[in-house]
Ligand binder design. Sequence first.
Ligand SMILES: Nc1nc2c(ncn2[C@@H]2O[C@H](COP(=O)(O)OP(=O)(O)OP(=O)(O)O)[C@@H](O)[C@H]2O)c(=O)[nH]1
Length: 503
Amino acid sequence: MSGGVAAPSPVATPAPAVVVSPNAPAGATPQAQSPVIATPPFATPTPAASSAAPSAAQTTFPASSAATATPVQAPISPAPSAIIAPVAAPAAPVAPAAYAPPAPAPVVDTAPAVAPVSPAIPPVSAPAVFAAPPAAPAPVAAPTPVLAPAPAPAPEPAKSSWLSRFVPSAAPAPVPAPAPTPSAEPATASEPAAAESPKASWMTRLRNGLSKTGQSITTLFIGVKVDENLFDELETALIMSDAGVEAATSLLTALRARVKKERIEDGERVKVVLRELIAAHLKPLERTFDLSRSTPVVTMITGVNGAGKTTSIGKLARHFQQNGKPVLLAAGDTFRAAAREQLVEWGRRNNVTVIAQDGGDPAAVAFDAVQSGRARNMGVVMVDTAGRLPTQTHLMEELKKIRRVIAKADNTAPHEVLLVIDGNTGQNALQQIKAFDDAIGLTGLIVTKLDGTAKGGILAAVAAGRNGVRPVPVYWIGVGEGIDDLQPFVADEFAGALLGMTS
Ligand SMILES: Nc1nc2c(ncn2[C@@H]2O[C@H](COP(=O)(O)OP(=O)(O)OP(=O)(O)O)[C@@H](O)[C@H]2O)c(=O)[nH]1
């Protein structure tokens, strides 16, 4: 979702909270209710859970059955966070650890029968504690003819489009039959059967996206004489891709040396060597997101407006769950309803719980989410934040506050602070990295929209690490709008795509 989020300064307006089940009617907006504690179908509060709950009150969504309870004083936020629970799954009478991967196709938009949630469960003082759909149906009020396993919401429009774009191109690898992907996510019935290996397809999109650079560089090598003209043209092409003068110059210096040393006279061979050099240059940015840490891995997601934060969170939720890590989301943009709704929608698709709040302090939502994530033994807690420009000082201060408050909920957190960068941003990305890094100490980058930009060379500029820009690692790259369109950053693959190489 793009669009300027000129989020106002946080105002700690007491706000009612909501609990939304993903099987609530699609598009339903969490309705603010009078402050109540709705005990989700999840867990019996454990001591840890009880102590963890900072929220004052919560409401269910659709909240017809919310049980009232005495609001509890929130240490951080006077405004309770909303809990948008993943599935209208039966309650888990058991502890938080009992998270089970989403039951088959949980999302039912047609069955408004919200959850077996609340009614029968006694009000508790630990509102933030809830568990995702456990396997065991609860003996709780679940008479509602809920959840026929439902088709997940909308199909991914982007997916079919990139697939169709891919069809005409040569698929080098043997075509695997529509793979019965062991996905933790409910299968989307409309998901198109892959006609080529997933790897080939995202590489194709990346290559297509970077094609302006790729094509121009590729044409330079055809029947070319390996001489100073070629080097000059290569250098220019790299600069045009936003690699930056320093990186381009340094790469070409190394290329000249290799060509001379190895007495290379073949243009194609020069291209291979350039790929190696670019890959080596980018290699320091390659870093795997460590999921083996003691959980939950609390991850802040930041960036300018429209960079792709929320979309990336949706994609990551799927990725983490596929890797056996239960996910909890926090809607840290408390001011823009559309931003929350977008996150809730991703929560629905992934069958994960979203903690949100209508108005109020984003830091409080983050606090609640971390507490809740700990109590429930989540694998990853992702905190979305409102888009902001580095020049909006008060909003950058707000980010710092979110970071500080997260640390109050878990003094080792946040474990990851990610900046999402739109791949089209060009050299301005460097300023963004510096400003966010200075403010909140980045641990990694997600570079999005590389399926549609000729500016992929920006990563070479990042890797060069000049002008006070720390070469922050790149965990993932976004190559489309679909839920699967996020890939780990691999320097060699990226270098190949940048040069328009097919393998
Ligand atoms: N082509 C393409 N589009 C993307 C990618 N990632 C995100 N988008 C699109 O970019 C637009 C903005 O994405 P959002 O996730 O809403 O961005 P955001 O940073 O959360 O936006 P704000 O909340 O307004 O700051 C949406 O239309 C996304 O579908 C990507 O990797 N490729």
